[in-house]
Every structure is written in C-alpha cells, then in structure tokens.
Design a protein around this ligand. Structure first.
Ligand code: 2NL
Length: 358
C-alpha cells in the first residue's frame, strides 16, 4: 500500500490531482486517517505492534505529498517566469524630476548677477518687530502702511514691548545688517513679504528683493549704474533704458522711481528701448534712493561719514516680465501643470558664464 500510494503521489500531474490524493489518504475520511483511528480500538499489544508502522506510513505519505507539492510549485513558477520574461534592455520608466519654481529661479539669477558686482545675499526673520520694519526706516507712527488693515500684526508684543508683525518688505534685513556689520556693506535681501492685500495683481504674500550699499562717497551715479547693469544682465539685453523719476519714500532722500522702456508685442511687454520712442512706453519697475541720513543714524552709523543707496523690486513681477506669465495668483496655486510649463530644470543653474536664464 505504501509503495503504491507513494508512486501515485509522485505521478500526480497537477496540484488538483495531488490535493485529491491528500484527501483520500490524510483527509477526514482518508485511508490513513482511518488506520490512525483504528489504533484507538486495539488492545495495547496490537497497538504496540501496529502503531509504529501506521505512524511511519503517515509520515512517509505526508513527506511525499510535500515533496510533490514543492516540485509542482517549482514547475508552475518556471512556467510563470518564462511567460513573464522581462526585457532588461527596455528603457526604464521616466522618474518624475520636479522643477524649480520661477520665483526661486529669478532669485537665483539675481543672486548671481549681484554677486558679480560684489554683493552678498542677506536673509532675516519673516516675523519682525515694528522697530526694524517701520521705526528704524523713518516711517512715522501715523503712516498708513502701519495700519492694521495693511499689515498683519500678531496679537502679542515681544519682550521689549514692540508690536510683532509679518515683515512688509525685506528692509529690516538691511537694518539688521547695518547694525551688526561694519561698512562697507553691499547686500541684496531677497525673500517673502506680507501685506493685507488680495486681488488679481496682489497676493497677501509676495517676493521682494532689496539692495543696499553703504560706503564713503556713495552717490546717485553709483545707484544708476548698478541698476542699469543689473537690468541689462537680468533681461539679457544691452538696449535697456532707465528713467529716474523723482519720488518719495521715508527711508530715502532723494528718492527715485525707476522706469524702463518697453514695447508691446503679441500681447506681451518686451523690455528694451527708449520709452519715448515710437511704439514704446515707460513702465515703473523699481523704487530707489539715497539712504536717508536718519536711517543711517538709527543704525548707529555716522551719516556724515557713511552714505548709501538702496532699492526695492518685486521678484514675482520680474519673473512675469521676463518669462511671459500673466496671472500672479498662479504663482502660488501649487498647480503642477503650471510648474511643468514654466518651471526650470533643477540642474540648469543660472551662471553668468553659462547663461543667466540657464
Ligand atoms: C519699492 C520701494 C525701496 C528701499 C526700498 C531701503 C532700505 C533701507 C534703507 C533705505 Cl534699510 N531704503 N529700501 C529704498 C527705496 C525703495 O523699495 O517700490 N519697492 C518695490
């Protein structure tokens, strides 16, 4: 019986046939199960005589079933592997690469351009106190920019009793730099700024770059040359024309609004050319001026020894102008399709030697 069963098991053609053999031998009503049950009805002598043989039979058949099952499983796997053969020479699926947001790209471009003129990048806190954000900048207590409906204030004051707020410009970074470092100073301060403002062209958070130079004998000629050199490098054109228009900021004296000439082409503003030329106009782009003596003194420097110029410009607007985006709100929607369209390769870093637009 044992030899016959073992041969049947070894010859089972598939897992179903093997399972049928298991049921007829070791199953509830199986032949070997019946033998095991019969042990209970035997006398001790009979049991001692037959018990070992019956248990040995069960073990042999159990092992034979397992062995055949392993062989059938292995054969099934071989068939499956042969059917699913992988062609290792096929190209791999493209991994999503991600891309650099235009605001980050433009900030990198600005850092590169200004580094070439000897400027370092300075950063500072986005949560500020009203002394660094307003008072040090000669912005009076009554100035509308300080109003609750223009600036995001925190409910509590800081340890010195100053009101806390989300910085409304990156000027406090320059204030902190002037207080901590000895001149000469040449820095740009890029970063997020916050104003309580929201419509098609204003978002409550936006990006700004301010620049500051403090040294001896600095005058408006330095200001104009720096801005002209910056804008020519940024827009990658030699025909950028600047127009400085008298203006007013509490932190600069004199102050100048800086316009650039442009022309309209296929619904897009193309920067370049003289704003009074045919088909051209002027567009306001930057605010600037000579740092107010009071601001220099507020930072602990002698305004008779140290002078400087400063400017501020919106990064989001610089990006829109250069790369032809028309809706500011799309910048902060987080729509990956917009990023896929306008984003920049993470490895194409802007350099003056390799191309500023990467
Ligand atoms: C604008 C105006 C400007 C400054 C920012 C500045 C900073 C210090 C001292 C003096 Cl610490 N000035 N910054 C100066 C003039 C204009 O920005 O229209 N920005 C978009």
């Amino acid at each position: 019986m044992q030899a016959r069963l073992a041969a049947d098991i070894a010859a089972a053609e598939d897992l179903d046939a093997l399972e049928a053999l298991r049921v007829t031998t070791l199953g509830k009503a199986g032949s070997i199960t019946a033998l095991l049950k019969s042990l209970g009805a035997m006398t001790p002598d009979e049991r001692q005589a037959q018990g070992p043989q019956i248990h040995a039979l069960r073990e042999t058949i159990t092992a034979a079933l397992a062995e055949r099952k392993a062989a059938l499983d292995a054969a099934a796997l071989d068939i499956k592997l042969a059917a699913e053969a992988i062609d290792m020479t096929l190209p791999a699926d493209a991994a999503p690469k991600g891309s650099v947001h235009p605001v980050s790209q433009v900030m990198d471009e600005l850092a590169e351009i200004f580094a070439d003129m000897g400027f370092a990048v300075a950063t500072g806190p986005e949560i500020e106190d009203d002394w660094h954000n307003f008072t040090a900048l000669n912005i009076p207590e009554t100035h509308p920019a300080r109003a609750m409906h223009d600036t995001f204030y925190f409910p509590d004051k800081d340890a010195e009793g100053h009101a806390m707020l989300l910085r409304t410009h990156t000027s406090p970074v320059q204030i902190r730099t002037m207080m901590e470092k000895a001149p000469p100073i040449r820095i740009i301060a890029p970063g997020r700024v916050y104003r309580s403002d929201s419509d098609a062209t204003h978002t409550p958070m936006f990006h700004q770059v301010e620049g500051l130079v403090i040294d001896r004998g600095i005058h408006m000629g330095h200001l104009k040359w720096t801005l002209e050199t910056f804008l020519k490098a940024y827009f990658e054109r030699d025909d950028i024309v600047l127009r400085l228009r008298p203006s007013y900021f509490p932190f600069t004296e004199p102050s100048a609004e800086v316009d650039v000439g442009y022309k309209q082409e296929k619904g897009r503003r193309i920067v370049g050319g003289h704003g009074d030329d045919d088909g051209h106009a002027w567009m306001e782009l930057l605010g600037s001026g000579m740092v107010n003596r009071r601001v220099i003194a507020n930072c602990g420097l002698d305004p008779d020894e140290w002078q400087g110029f400063a400017f501020g410009v919106g990064v989001d607007r610089l990006a829109m102008l250069k790369y032809g985006m028309d809706d500011l709100r799309a910048f902060f929607d987080g729509d990956l399709r917009w990023l896929a369209h306008y984003g920049f390769g993470a490895l194409s870093v802007p350099t003056l030697s390799g191309g500023i637009s990467a």
